[in-house]
Design a protein around this ligand. Structure first.
Ligand SMILES: NC(=O)c1ccc[n+]([C@@H]2O[C@H](COP(=O)([O-])OP(=O)(O)OC[C@H]3O[C@@H](n4cnc5c(N)ncnc54)[C@H](O)[C@@H]3O)[C@@H](O)[C@H]2O)c1
Length: 354
């Protein structure tokens, strides 16, 4: 029996509360992990955090340096807004910790490239939690495409649209930051595109904007075209200012046009369609795959397995830098009006980071 891996959790409110309620209790009760300390600038988050067995008020800090200095640990879990990720990656590396970080790696491509260089040269393990790609419905669609039953994949259509136009309904910091939809929302969908297509991106063209009724400072509507390195084309619609949440979180729309079948995922219902609808079409319902947990509980379990000498999980830093390159290349495209070569953009960013 291996010793539980001790973690320092940074960020206890917002999504951090989800970690405390839905992810960590399962790992801790299985004896895979144990809390060493936790950190938040808001001490009002401490009482709720202390409902996690093994965590007490004395282990909660507002001073991150002190928390890391006073509590030996194996890894850090970073669940604060993206502009703070690099700071806590630095602190974790300073104390020789591996890292499990919420998406995205950092809030700029320069930051992502610096984190990539620093973690690689320190020889530490880092994984990024791309929750939604690992949800049951997207995994079922991915496996259906990979099964080969519907022939070669030609192109993908994705739609994720919400009614979050009123300030704060999607977390206040997202109404203040630049490019909130692409950086905080579409980042998941860029990763889903990569996994469904089975390829990294070659080029991206993005058009982003805000309608006059938006309360976002940065653009929160987007139409994006991606050409993957294997030739698969993707067209994506994302919006936070709509009148309805037609396809919100966990209710995505994805359509995979394959040679021998059209796979439609819409609000957790997956169907395969052939023939002409209304004439001779055949629609087959594909049941969603089953396993004990999906999303972050599954990702966190894979990460701890990796620390214990198990297989390398998906979404390692090395894999995820491709997702961030696609996302920040889309940001660049939106700001310049030009299509961007994603692989060249990544190469240049990594070179600039030394
Ligand atoms: N995987 C997903 O589906 C998903 C969903 C939501 C959020 N996230 C990610 O989780 C991270 C946190 O987002 P959130 O919505 O919880 O943000 P949030 O604004 O709700 O903040 C989370 C907590 O971090 C604390 N905090 C803020 N700055 C801090 C700092 N410098 N040091 C220590 N604590 C700090 C806040 O007090 C708060 O308790 C982001 O990276 C976000 O992208 C991921």
């Amino acid at each position: 029996m291996t010793e539980p891996k001790r973690f320092i959790l940074v960020g206890l409110g917002g999504w951090g509360a989800y970690w405390l309620r839905q992810v960590l209790p399962r790992l801790c009760s299985a004896g895979l992990t144990a809390p060493a300390a936790c950190v938040d600038i808001d001490p009002g988050t401490f009482p709720d955090a202390c409902r996690l067995p093994g965590l007490s008020e004395q282990m909660c800090y507002t001073d991150a340096e002190k928390a890391f200095r006073e509590n030996p640990a194996d890894f850090a879990i970073i669940v604060v807004p993206p502009r703070w990720h690099e700071r806590y990656v630095d602190l974790a590396l300073e104390h020789g910790l591996d890292i499990l970080c919420e998406k995205p790696i950092a809030d700029t491509m320069e930051g992502c490239a610096r984190v990539f260089r620093k973690v690689s040269s320190a020889g530490r393990k880092m994984m990024v939690t791309m929750s939604h790609r690992f949800d049951q419905d997207k995994q079922t669609l991915e496996r259906a495409i990979r099964s080969g039953r519907y022939g070669e994949l030609d192109y993908l259509i994705g739609r994720n649209t919400w009614m979050c136009r009123a300030y704060g309904t999607w977390g206040a910091f997202r109404y203040e930051m630049p490019d909130p939809l692409l950086i905080e929302g579409t980042v998941h969908h860029f990763d889903i595109m990569r996994s469904l297509a089975g390829s990294n991106a070659r080029t991206v063209y993005a058009s982003t904007w805000n309608p006059c009724w938006s309360e976002f400072k940065g653009d929160a509507q987007a139409l994006v075209t991606v050409v993957m390195e294997n030739g698969v084309r993707v067209f994506y619609e994302g919006a936070k200012n709509n009148a309805s949440s037609l396809n919100g979180w966990t209710s995505d729309y994805w359509r995979a046009e394959c040679r021998d079948g059209t796979l439609v995922l819409d609000r957790r219902r997956l169907t395969a369609v052939t023939g002409t609808v209304g004439v001779d079409s055949v629609t087959t319902e594909i049941p969603l795959e089953r396993q004990e947990v999906w999303m972050n509980p599954w990702l966190a379990e894979m990460f701890v397995g990796w620390l214990n000498g198990g297989p390398e999980p998906p979404c390692t830093l090395e894999d995820n830098i491709q997702c961030c390159a696609l996302m920040f290349a889309a940001v660049k495209s939106a700001h310049t009006g030009q299509a961007v070569d994603v692989q060249e953009f990544l190469r240049e960013s990594l070179e600039a980071a030394g």
